[in-house]
Design a protein around this ligand. Structure first.
Ligand code: PHE
Length: 446
């Protein structure tokens, strides 16, 4: 094992890093998109309920295991296993998590690359370089490859600097900026014609849809993806939390920040779409639903911005810097999972591990980019809809059925001495043992 492990230096540092991981394309792109295609606030409500009933308990499971074992995912799961079989399962789960998170990063880097390109577009236009601006906003394999590689280099650079000087430092600067930019954008968009229609579409629920299986499946997937669960990210971040920290408290703060920023993002994106409509931009697809998916961010919103004159350039700059920040603080948490394992279990230096693993993931991203139609959706679906919930299920099995209840309590008590008499301990152990795994399976097999 490597000598010194990193540690977050303060509660703020951890909160920024963990909420940085959680707040990503899932919140600012996935959540509003899902809301738009699933009956507005009906989806919002299902998402809020599922986050607190299912995703928060699973998040706590990862944080507690991580902080207890103070090691990477694979070693941590092995550490809390008792027999030979559970140790084998630990190894399988550890590797499956690392592979899944690497595939998530491989498509994440592609999408993030688009947003970075769109970030440079208003700058090019400001400088009068219209040809460059045109190139930046045209979907080509060359542009996508260049920007995904650039994005991966930034991710590798931050992870090479380690927990305190890389992850914590960057997240502590970027996350507050993200919140400020988001709030400013909401205030501005609300002043535009059409915004109130968007707000209404977002906040007035279509109750008839709340029991639709597809809505529930999407809401659970969204909740798990958004809290970065099932792939060991939160476990690894948990392993960098100091022993005197109150875990149930910081865990709930991360969940609240994540949900809060998703809800805020909806208050930006949905009104922006209706503002676009008021400006003559097409916001409905052929089937009559709101345009969701990539089209929303790389066609609807840019068309809106380009209708807004000079202010559009400023808004585009702010909006795409928001997307870029959200992406980077998440991508670093993904790369940290395999890197921490390689550093700790194979004695490889951190920057070497980051470069080698990051480059391998970039190669996968390039392969997907060159074969976009057959591969992109496939990778997204397998990683986030098949693998992630299944891994989340096994994490719950580990904490509920394999790790001893006594040890779990001892771990929580560090930093939260009267945990035993608190509400968390009355509900959570039963929850992760029975409710979470069953609920995940039920939704999964829908
Ligand atoms: N939570 C991130 C988002 O919402 C995605 C993510 C998934 C990050 C898995 C880390 C691990 O975009």
């Amino acid at each position: 094992m490597a000598a010194a492990r990193g540690e977050f230096s303060s509660r703020f540092g951890f909160l920024m890093a963990a909420s940085g991981s959680a707040v990503g394309l899932g919140n600012i792109w996935g959540f509003p998109t899902n809301t738009a295609s699933n009956g507005g606030a009906a989806f919002l409500i299902a998402y809020l309920v599922l986050t607190f009933l299912l995703a928060y308990p699973a998040l706590m499971a990862e944080l507690i295991i991580g902080r207890h074992a103070k090691s990477n995912t694979l070693t941590a799961l092995k550490y809390i296993s008792s027999g030979k079989k559970s140790r084998l399962l630990a190894v399988a789960l550890g590797f499956a998590g690392m592979i899944t998170v690497s595939f998530i990063l491989s498509f994440y880097a592609i999408v993030s690359g688009w947003f970075v390109a769109y970030f440079f577009d208003p700058i090019a236009r400001l400088l009068g370089m219209d040809g460059v601006a045109q190139w930046l906003t045209t979907d080509t394999v060359t542009r996508n490859s260049i920007f995904l590689i650039g994005f991966m280099i930034l991710t590798i650079y931050i992870i090479s600097a380690g927990v305190k000087n890389g992850i914590e430092k960057w997240a502590s600067r970027l996350m507050p900026s993200l919140i400020i930019i988001l709030l400013l954008l909401i205030v501005y968009v609300m002043t535009l014609a059409g915004a109130m229609d968007g707000l209404r579409a977002y906040l007035v629920p279509d109750w008839s849809r709340i029991t639709e299986p597809q809505l529930l499946v999407d809401a659970m997937g969204q909740a798990f993806f958004s809290l970065s669960l099932g792939v060991g990210t939160m476990l690894v971040y948990g392993s960098y939390i100091r022993k005197e920290e109150n875990l149930p408290l910081v865990g709930s703060m991360v969940a609240l920040l994540d949900v809060g920023i998703a809800v805020l993002a909806g208050m930006l994106i949905m009104p922006a779409m209706y503002v676009a409509l008021a400006n003559g931009v097409e916001i409905y697809d052929a089937a009559g639903g709101l345009i969701a998916g990539p089209g929303l961010i790389v066609s609807v919103l840019p068309s809106l911005f380009s209708n807004m004159g000079f202010m559009g350039i400023i808004v585009a700059l702010a909006f795409f810097s928001l997307m870029t920040i959200a992406s980077v603080t998440s991508s670093i948490s993904m790369l940290e999972v395999p890197v921490s394992y390689t550093v700790e279990n194979h004695g490889v230096e951190r920057h070497k591990a980051a470069i080698v693993i990051g480059s391998l993931i970039a190669i996968i991203s390039l392969i997907i980019t060159f074969n976009f139609d057959p591969l992109f959706d496939l990778v997204v679906t397998y990683a986030t809809e098949v693998s992630q919930p299944l891994l989340g299920f096994f994490f719950c099995i580990f904490i509920g059925w394999i790790w001893s209840r006594n040890d779990i309590l001892l771990e929580i008590k560090q930093g939260c001495p009267d945990a035993e008499s608190g509400l968390f301990w009355k509900i959570w152990p039963f929850y992760v043992k029975f409710i979470c795994p069953v609920a995940i399976l039920v939704v999964y097999f829908q």
